[in-house]
Design a protein around this ligand. Structure first.
Ligand code: SF4
Ligand code: SF4
Length: 435
């Protein structure tokens, strides 16, 4: 599913957008693979505005439910981001699953991720495929000796590293990640925490290096001394120090001047954060189902005879409904679909009919119903073959994407009818299009 995104509508990357475009951070990153000497993720203080802080952690499905609640109440949201409270690629499965779910359900949203960069390289091609358009890497040192003062440890390939070796590994991975992101056409922001007496004399070297790597913007962030961290006793950099550094760095790379150092659960316009207001929604989502089957226990199947997934949605006057039980999916009923002739309202009505359905298995579907159903939280799988096989896979929590038809076997209207009846290939769509 590829939507045309307005990537200029990102308030952090485009200062002209910050008065009208809002962002929401989804706190799904539960772990970190690095320990920075300025970070403490232990505390949640409603008055504290800094990365690493959140009121609740969310599972991927909960994050999508929370996003849905936020979008219904804050229409200016253009960006969904993952920025902590840990690192999104310390537990990449959660991050990638969240991004997949969001992209499926909200195709027009800008997706944005902020990471320390240690483990981003293996995921760059999938990030690009999901149209994740904006990435931030926090890079605080090029010199491993300086880096060894900033990082207590780095965990890489299941091993712990400390000191100069840790800083060198992190740097190598960061530089590789930035280069790959740029090759993939992703907009890259570098965050550098300015730490007085540690790296403040080093920031221009960083600016030069990341400009050579074609990073798009540098955000020099003043250290926020956090209690109970090794850097908690350092002074906050003065405004003059930050201004001087930014002025020098601007010779190499454009600067970000309007960062508001957001929490991992920030929501709203920059500088007008509504995280406290939305904390009820966040907590409600965090208490909600973590698996689609808990919220929507049924699967709907488009089938002529109830055995094969072999019917185009546009032709289905009934869907076969199966309900999840501990023993597996059991047939519940045949459920009538709304009649044709009402245009797109038919698909809105169908979403209502399928309010207990998490997944719809069809041989073919048009773009319009696909979009309406996905926006209502129903995963549509265009597939071929036995319904029971798909239901077993869903019961086991397997990756339903494995069942999807290859793109080339998409809807071919009437011409594909015979193969579709045999569950072998193209759908038996009505030939009039179903959207
Ligand atoms: Fe904290 Fe981010 Fe550093 Fe991890 S990488 S310790 S979350 S600041
Ligand atoms: Fe944007 Fe800065 Fe907030 Fe990140 S911390 S979302 S860059 S304003």
């Amino acid at each position: 599913m590829t939507a045309v995104l307005d990537t200029t509508a990102h308030p952090c990357f485009n200062p002209h957008a910050k008065a009208k475009c809002a962002r929401v951070h989804l706190p799904v990153a539960d772990k970190c693979n690095v320990q920075c000497n300025f970070c403490n993720r232990k505390y949640d203080c409603a008055n504290e505005s800094r990365p690493g802080v959140t009121s609740s952690l969310l599972e991927p499905l909960q994050a999508v439910e929370y996003l849905d609640m936020v979008l219904k109440r804050e229409s200016r949201i253009t960006v969904a981001g993952i920025a902590g409270p840990g690192d999104p690629f310390a537990n990449p499965e959660r991050t990638m699953e969240t991004l997949r779910l969001i992209r499926e359900r909200f195709p027009a949203l800008i997706l944005c991720v902020a990471s320390n960069g240690l483990n981003i390289s293996p995921y760059v091609s999938e990030l690009a495929a999901l149209q994740v358009s904006h990435l931030t890497i926090t890079l605080n040192a090029l010199d491993p000796v300086i880096g060894s003062q900033i990082y207590a440890w780095v965990r890489h390939n299941r091993r712990m590293f400390r000191g100069i070796e840790a800083a060198r590994i992190l740097l190598d991975r960061q530089l590789d990640g930035i280069a790959r992101l740029k090759e993939a056409g992703i907009t890259v922001k570098i965050n550098t925490i300015v730490i007085p007496g540690v790296n403040d004399d080093h920031v221009l070297d960083i600016a030069l290096k990341v400009s050579e790597l074609k990073a798009d913007v540098l955000n020099c962030m003043p250290l926020f001394p956090v209690a109970e961290t090794p850097f908690g006793i350092l002074p906050e950099p003065s405004k003059e120090m930050i201004q001087k550094i930014r002025k020098g760095a601007a010779h190499f790379i454009p600067q970000m001047y309007h960062c508001t150092r957001c929490r991992s659960d920030a929501v709203g316009l920059l500088g007008q954060d509504r995280a406290a207001e939305f904390s009820g929604c966040l907590n409600q989502a965090a208490a909600g189902p973590t698996h689609p089957a808990q919220r929507r226990p049924c699967v709907a199947v488009a089938s002529w005879e109830g055995v094969l997934v072999n019917q185009h949605l546009g032709e289905a006057t009934h869907l076969w409904i199966y309900k999840r039980t501990d023993a597996g999916y059991e047939f519940l009923e045949e459920r009538a679909t709304p009649p044709a002739g009402t245009g797109s309202q038919r698909w809105v009505d169908l979403a209502g009919v399928l309010s207990d359905v998490s997944t719809l298995l069809v041989a073919g579907i048009g773009a319009a119903p696909n979009e309406v159903l996905a926006s209502q939280g129903i995963a549509v799988v265009e597939m071929e073959g036995l319904a029971q096989e798909a239901l077993h896979l869903l019961q086991r929590g397997g990756d339903i994407r494995a069942l999807r038809k290859r793109q080339a076997t998409g809807c071919a209207g009437r011409g594909g009818g015979e193969n579709a009846m045999a569950g072998l290939g193209q759908c038996a769509g009505p030939g009039t299009g179903c959207g």
